[in-house]
Design a protein around this ligand. Structure first.
Ligand code: ADP
Ligand code: MG
Length: 614
């Protein structure tokens, strides 16, 4: 391995290198620096993050430009403002003994006139983000017609972020005979297209495996009905107990909603999107980095800077509008030599998007099935067994051992194991026991719709009496909207709504009964207590009246959404309801999973039932 002297760097640079404490060149520096110093060639260099790419192009550029001149000779393009500032800073450190050197950072979100003024003073090197650079050019605030060396840093990232046109535009203002040095962690097709287009016979160097991170990611898709998206997400997570994932949604609103639902359902999740304050985002990111959060639900824009290693799964809750964005998403996993899985939940209308993504990533997707309840129970059980097997014994227990042993004196080992595991397992079992198959066949109809056409009339739904009616300004539609809103239920969760003068009826799945009854134990609407009880009116479903629920709803504080709190089983839901005084209870279809999805389409219309209460 060479020393920095061997590479042919001048004394000013060597002095700075000593100051920086760099003792020997990194591999990419060792390979790139001699080529760039000795020849006037274009270069493509592939190396992972953290391998020292900045110095690999920075030292040669500093040595080759004419510092006595005030003309702009070097242009470095980088994807983000943070990187732009970081590179500028590094370049200044490397060039600290190069007298008269002026490196200027050009990026969005800061004053363009200040940046223009700095450039006017004579910047030999400009480090820029593509968007702001293009702006500067079109406003004629910068002259890049004398550029000799241009660097595309993190080229794959820039293309992922949709800067292709900006880059093309910027480079068209630079002279033909300049040299272009492209640095990238991966070499997707888009990058090679750019390389072909703008570079002449580039020399190529690779540190580590080419395309390493793309090859480390496998791509899977799951075909479900749109309405089952959230259930599918939960199953994918439950089937991977050690999941550490980023979940991408299309909008800030969906991002927030999915995160809230997950937290409410006992998962350790957090939201990351632009409507959060910087402070909130920092906190979420910190928890995620510490792996206190297992599922980070994020928008594309907010997740751009995420450089967390060890992410096991990327889940595309919804596909991005632009297929190109997909590469950026899936690149969050499979980093630093690890393998990762990128999962896509799609509905039938989106399947063709998979094809266009396949063309872009140059890789095939595997169509997989959402695991069924039995699979998940098995995975969870075995994961628990492994956890117990690997658990270090806490000897604080020793002193209680006699009493425990007494209690289990007549229990044999098999029975004890079964009982022990049942503590956790029964929750999962109950939850998934009657869960339906969420998968739909390609080319089939949206079967979830008509699976339970007259479902509301079956005994799996509960009919309620509510003491508001048309006198209170409700018609069936308004009442349905009102109930959906206060209970935070989905489109089809309230059905067979029947409004009378001073009272009304409606149905929900049995699984929601506890939630509905508990919620209305002390709920006021326009100053008046709204009373809901189970109805004996069979108009839409069976069930006995249960006065005992009235006033008896549990009102416990909300769980923190930590993984340990995770229950997933039915019967725990009220424990997770938000406490009094906080906002409305969250929609939490945790235990209504199997039933909700069998809802009939006709439920969005009221049934014309003529029977009145009692
Ligand atoms: P990359 O662009 O490949 O992600 P950077 O250029 O940002 O990597 O370098 C990563 C870190 O390594 C920086 O803090 C940089 O100062 C340091 N570094 C670069 N080259 C060397 C070297 N030869 N010896 C020690 N540290 C180095
Ligand atoms: Mg870099």
């Amino acid at each position: 391995m060479n020393t920095f002297q061997d590479l042919g760097l001048n004394d000013d640079l060597l002095q700075a290198i000593t100051d920086l404490g760099f003792t020997k060149p990194s591999e990419v520096q060792d390979k790139a620096i001699p080529i760039l110093l000795e020849s006037e060639k274009d270069l493509v260099a592939l190396a992972q993050t953290g391998t020292g790419k900045t110095a690999a192009f920075g030292f040669p550029m500093l040595q080759k430009i004419d510092i006595a001149s005030r003309t702009t000779q070097g242009l470095i393009l980088s994807p983000t403002r943070e990187l732009c500032l970081q590179i500028t800073n590094e370049m200044k450190l490397y060039g600290k003994y190069c007298k008269g050197l002026n490196v200027v950072a050009v990026y969005g979100g800061a004053s363009i006139t200040d940046q223009a003024r700095e450039i006017k003073r004579g910047a030999q090197i400009i480090v820029a983000t593509p968007g702001r650079m293009k702006d500067m050019i079109s406003r004629r605030l910068v002259d890049i017609t004398k550029i000799q060396y241009s660097v595309l840093d993190e080229a794959d990232e820039m293309l992922n972020m949709g800067f292709k046109e900006d880059i093309t535009d910027i480079l068209s203002h630079t002279p033909e005979e300049k040299n272009t040095w492209l640095f990238s962690a991966t070499m997707p097709r888009e990058v090679s297209i750019i390389a072909k287009k703008f570079m002449k016979n580039p020399q190529e160097i690779t540190v580590g495996n080419k395309n390493e991170s793309t090859n480390n990611v496998s791509h899977e898709y799951y075909l479900v009905n749109s309405r089952d998206r959230y259930q599918a997400l939960k199953r994918l997570s439950d089937a991977n107990p050690d999941i550490f994932s980023v979940i991408f949604c299309r909008t800030k609103r969906d991002t927030q909603k999915v995160a809230e639902n997950l937290i409410e359902d006992g998962y350790s999740a957090g939201a990351l999107h632009g409507d959060l304050s910087q402070n909130q985002r920092d906190m979420v990111m910190k928890s995620f980095r510490n792996q206190q959060i297992q599922m980070l639900v994020a928008t594309d824009v907010a997740a751009r800077g995420i450089d967390v290693d060890d992410i096991t799964h990327v889940i595309n809750y919804q596909l991005p509008d632009e297929p190109e964005i997909y590469t950026h998403r899936s690149g969050r996993t499979g980093r630093a030599g690890k393998t990762g899985i990128s999962m896509v939940i799609v509905s039938k209308s989106e399947v063709r998007k998979i094809k266009s993504i396949e063309r872009i990533i140059n890789q095939k997707f595997e169509k997989k099935e959402i695991p069924d309840g039995a699979d998940i129970c098995e995975v969870q059980l075995m994961s628990l067994a492994n956890k117990i097997h690997n658990t270090e014994i806490n000897h604080e227990i020793d002193k209680h051992l006699t009493s425990i042993n007494e209690l289990f004196a007549d229990t044999d080992k098999d029975e004890l194991i079964k009982k022990f595991f049942s503590v956790e397992f029964t929750r999962f079992y109950n939850y998934y026991n009657k869960s339906k198959n969420l998968n739909i066949a390609e080319g089939s109809f949206d079967s979830g719709r008509d699976g339970g056409r007259d479902y509301g009339g079956k005994s799996d739904s509960t009919r309620y009496f509510i003491n508001v009616g048309s006198k209170d300004g409700f018609d069936w539609m308004k009442l349905k909207d009102f109930l959906k809103e206060v209970l935070e239920l989905g489109r089809d969760d309230v059905f067979k709504v029947e409004v009378k003068d001073s009272f009304s009826f409606f149905n929900t799945e049995n699984a929601l009964k506890e939630k509905v009854l508990a919620f209305f134990t002390d709920f006021k609407h326009e100053g008046r207590f709204v009373n809901v009880e189970e109805s004996q009116n069979r108009g839409g479903g069976g069930g006995k009246r249960r006065n005992d629920r009235r006033g008896g709803g549990k009102r416990e504080g909300r769980s923190g959404g930590r993984r340990d709190d995770r229950k997933g089983g039915s019967g725990n839901r009220s424990d997770r309801r938000r406490g009094e005084g906080t906002s409305k209870p969250r929609r939490s279809d945790g235990n209504s999973n199997a039933n909700r999805s069998r809802r009939s389409d006709s439920d969005s219309r009221p049934a014309v039932a003529r029977r009145s209460r009692r």
